[in-house]
Design a binder for this molecule. Structure first.
Ligand SMILES: Nc1ncnc2c1ncn2[C@@H]1O[C@H](COP(=O)(O)OP(=O)(O)OP(=O)(O)O)[C@@H](O)[C@H]1O
Ligand SMILES: [Mg+2]
Length: 152
């Protein structure tokens, strides 16, 4: 599958959310979005931007204990955090396959690398790292299927 990669530097949480909101418009139904980056990198912040773009009213927090939070918006949004699971075996108990393969909205997964072997080929990947411009800067790398593959 042909993929495209872009890199953006954001300088605040608000800028990361705006980037996420802009990208949300390009995510077809059923998009699985894997978020990578250390604790505090800004993965949840990115999901908050998606939620805003989808018109979600409920505040989006960390699904650290529930592992999965679902929100109603113009498309349904599932927010999953796999930090606490050990591997693919645990994921089956969560019904993760349904989210990966049968969800009609956007499925955003923090710490998706925990279940690397289960992820569909067409996933989007967003990697968040410290940026070069101080405390509040982040380098955001977005890798996704090339556009022409989305239309068929
Ligand atoms: N450019 C930026 N982009 C995103 N978040 C930023 C940025 N600058 C500062 N922040 C702050 O960094 C923190 C990111 O926290 P967040 O919960 O999103 O991290 P996380 O990657 O989800 O961590 P965890 O793995 O613990 O869930 C927030 O407090 C946010 O306000
Ligand atoms: Mg988080």
């Amino acid at each position: 599958m042909e993929r495209t990669k872009q890199q953006v530097e954001t300088r605040s949480a608000a800028e990361t959310q705006a980037l996420a909101a802009a990208l949300a418009a390009e995510m077809p139904p059923g998009t699985v979005l894997c978020l990578h980056g250390d604790l505090g990198a800004g993965k949840t912040c990115f999901v908050q931007g998606l939620a805003k773009a989808l018109g979600v009213r409920r505040p989006v927090g960390s699904p650290t204990f529930t592992l999965i939070n679902e929100y109603r918006g113009t498309k349904p949004l599932a927010h999953i955090d796999l930090y606490r699971i050990r591997g693919a075996g645990d994921a089956f108990g969560l019904g993760l396959e349904d989210y990966l393969f049968h969800h009609g909205g956007i499925v955003a997964i923090e710490w998706a690398e925990r279940v690397a072997e289960l992820l569909p080929e067409g996933c989007w990947h967003v990697r968040m790292e410290p940026g070069a411009e101080g405390e509040e800067s982040r380098r955001v790398t977005v890798e996704r299927p090339a556009r022409e593959f989305l239309s068929d």
